[in-house]
Each structure stands twice: as C-alpha cells, then as structure tokens.
Design a protein around this ligand. Structure first.
Ligand SMILES: [Zn+2]
Length: 197
C-alpha cells in the first residue's frame, strides 16, 4: 500500500521546479526544492532534492545570527579543517560578509574553491601551520598571536561543553601556533642582529 503523504510539511516540492536534477554534484535525485543562491541574490535559486535543501538551509541558518566578525572567524576556523582556504581579507562591512557567506555556501554546494595562492609562497615547513590558523603569507608575529587567541578561545573545551573534537582541534592549533611563533621569533632575532651589526 502506498501512503499518500498529504500532511503539511516544512518543505513541499516547488510546482515551478525546472524538472532537472539536484544541483548538488553527483546527486541523482530531482531538484524539486529551491534555495536562494546567496543573501545578495535572493531571487536566484539553486534547485536541490529534499535532503540537500535541508542541508543547505541548515548551513545558511548557521550563519544567520552571527556578527560579521564571528562569521569571519568561523569561516577561517572551518576552512582550515576540511577545506582549503580562500582569501577573505578583512570583513569591513556587510558586503564583505555577504561575499564570505556566499563563498561558504558555494563551497558547501559545489565543493571547495582552489587553494589560495598566498600560502603557496610560504616556506614549505610553515604551510600546514598557516593553513591550520587560516593565515595568509607573509604574516607578522602579531597576526599569529591575534589569530591564535581567537581560535584558542573558540575551540577551548570549556566553550564547547567539553567536546572531544574541540579538544583535538585545540591541540593542532597549539602546535601550529608554536611552529609559527618559533619561526617568526627567530626571524625577528636574526633581523635585530643584522640591524645591530
Ligand atoms: Zn540532492
């Protein structure tokens, strides 16, 4: 017996769906549910299957109530883990935030963008640490300290209900910080010697 589900749902297939496949790469389902492409282009839509529109909306909602600073920190923290980073620059205002959010949603829907070239010029032994702290190269000791404080606070187990994953993240962040701080401090010392000579 086939249950005809006529009860109201949070998501109903859009009668105006273009009749194509879900926009999520390699998804074999029909794209019957629409989702705005970004906050700045609310009239342009992706077409997803039910599972993917839910995931997309969840990702969207996740950033909804955050301040630009929080979003930026979050994008940077996240991008250092599963995804390559891309240059976001400083988020000066809402258009920068929209851009960052758009990049994040785009990455979610269509996969990561190419790795930012800014880390490619970094000394090879520092690239991983830079990527962990989501920093571009060149970088100052102050930049490193500031980012470290930000991330250490964010991933502190006390701030994450003792979450084991936050603890693991924090360990890697600590290690990256130690690597960069050590290298930059010794560079500074060398520069000071040169100046003293
Ligand atoms: Zn899908």
């Amino acid at each position: 017996m086939i249950a005809s589900s006529r009860k109201p749902r949070a998501f109903a297939p859009d009668p105006n769906a273009p009749g194509r496949f879900c926009d999520m790469p390699n998804c074999p389902n029909q794209g019957e549910f629409r989702a705005p492409k970004s906050r700045s282009t609310l009239r342009e839509f992706h077409w997803f299957c039910l599972d993917h529109v839910r995931a997309y909306n969840a990702s969207w909602d996740f950033y909804k109530d955050m301040s630009p600073e929080e979003i930026e920190a979050n994008l940077r923290a996240d991008s250092s883990w599963q995804r390559p980073t891309w240059p976001l620059g400083r988020l000066g205002g809402h258009s920068r935030m929209d851009e960052a959010l758009e990049a994040e949603l785009h990455a979610f829907a269509f996969g990561p963008r190419p790795k930012a070239p800014s880390q490619a010029s970094a000394p090879p032994e520092l690239r991983e640490a830079l990527s962990t702290l989501a920093l571009d190269w060149p970088v100052t000791l102050d930049d490193v300290k500031t980012r470290y404080k930000e991330l250490a606070k964010r991933h502190h187990p006390d701030a994450n209900h003792g979450d084991k994953r936050s603890e693991e993240r924090l360990k890697v962040i600590n290690l990256a910080y130690a690597t960069l701080r050590g290298k930059l401090a010794s560079n500074l010392a060398r520069t000071a010697e040169t100046v003293a000579d």
